[in-house]
Design a binder for this molecule. Structure first.
Ligand code: SF4
Ligand code: SF4
Length: 318
């Protein structure tokens, strides 16, 4: 048993079990227009992994056959770069699924992506926009020169379409992550700072802020020494909060990689640790009944999801 498993044994939560699958988190490809220093995917313009049309078709079948999967969370890399992006979103929306897309915003200034904001608004798709700081210095330092200015221009145009405006129902959340291997500050406090700063500086509004600590894997992991990784995990372990365990995202989510393999979460996808169910570990062998109460792969990195107020792709857990 590893340190996390020992810890959750003390609250009778080992083995950690899924309770349902309400969200299908789909990674359309690891290619990205950016190459951020902290990226746990290790995404960049050079990556080639991309979900095929056949895998997208199979996912649409899974969504059609399983009413309990109500939400589709589309991620990458830059998911916009996959030629099936619009088709997948439109088909899922037409089935009545709640669709959310993750975007680094800067990509939406590319000429061939200019229709996307309006397409998302028309389909009432929720946007989770990553913006690791409210200053140009912070964003450009982490993501590259000019990315802040592009993101701000896109946020303004999304506001004009109704995103983040009261009464429209068009939601846009901002995703924050620290520049280094650090625990994110308090989400509520940071949300109000972001709202004030982006409002004052640019007249931008948004719904909520999601504060996510950095996972020491991918590009960030490669820059850290094993001593630094150990110290970071120790810090997370010391902040373990038992109240977060029942809400960790893997208990209600399945993560799908571009090649159609199934994972308990996006982090395990990057570490190539698929779900334990050998008979149902790809989209082609997807079996809701066995996956929905599966035993989840757990390890010391799970302390990242369970430290303090907890963390998930949708924000704090308690
Ligand atoms: S953090 Fe996001 S925007 Fe940056 S390289 Fe990774 S996937 Fe791309
Ligand atoms: S890292 Fe987090 S989401 Fe992934 S299995 Fe562990 S607790 Fe679940």
């Amino acid at each position: 048993m590893n340190a996390f498993e020992k810890k959750i044994s003390t609250i009778d939560a080992y083995p950690l079990k899924a309770e349902n699958i309400s969200t299908l988190q789909v990674n359309l490809g690891y290619k990205c227009n950016l190459r951020c220093a902290h990226c746990h995917v290790g995404a960049s313009p050079d990556r080639k992994e991309e979900m095929s049309s056949a895998t997208v078709d199979r996912l649409l079948d899974i969504l059609r056959e399983n009413d309990t999967i109500t939400t589709v969370d589309i991620t990458g890399g830059s998911p916009e770069l996959n030629p099936n992006y619009r088709r997948f979103i439109k088909s899922a929306v037409d089935m009545g699924k709640k669709v959310m897309v993750r975007s680094n915003l800067a990509i939406l200034t590319d000429p061939e992506m200019k229709d996307i904001p309006e397409f998302l608004a028309q389909n009432r798709v929720k946007i989770i926009a990553s913006l690791p700081c409210y200053t140009a210095e912070g964003v450009n330092g982490q993501r590259g020169k000019g990315t802040y200015e592009k993101a701000i221009a896109v946020l303004k145009s999304l506001n004009k379409l109704g995103y983040g405006q009261e009464g429209t129902g068009l939601e846009i959340d901002i995703m924050f992550n620290p520049a280094k291997a650090e625990i994110a500050p308090d989400q509520n406090m940071l949300e109000s700072t972001y709202k004030n700063k982006l409002g004052e500086m640019h007249g931008i509004t948004f719904n909520h802020l999601i504060a996510l600590s950095n996972m020491p894997i991918g590009r960030l992991g490669k820059t850290m020494s094993s001593t630094d990784k150990e110290a970071y995990l120790k810090q997370l372990e010391e902040k373990f909060n038992p109240a977060t365990v029942k809400n960790v995202m893997c208990r209600s989510l399945i993560s799908v990689s571009p090649d159609g393999t199934l994972y308990d979460c996006d982090f395990w996808q990057m570490l190539k640790l698929p779900v334990k169910n050998r008979n149902s570990n790809t989209v082609n062998s997807f079996d809701y009944s066995s996956l929905s109460n599966r035993d989840i792969v757990t390890g010391p990195l799970c302390f990242m999801c369970t430290a303090g107020a907890g963390a998930s792709c949708s924000g704090s857990l308690v």
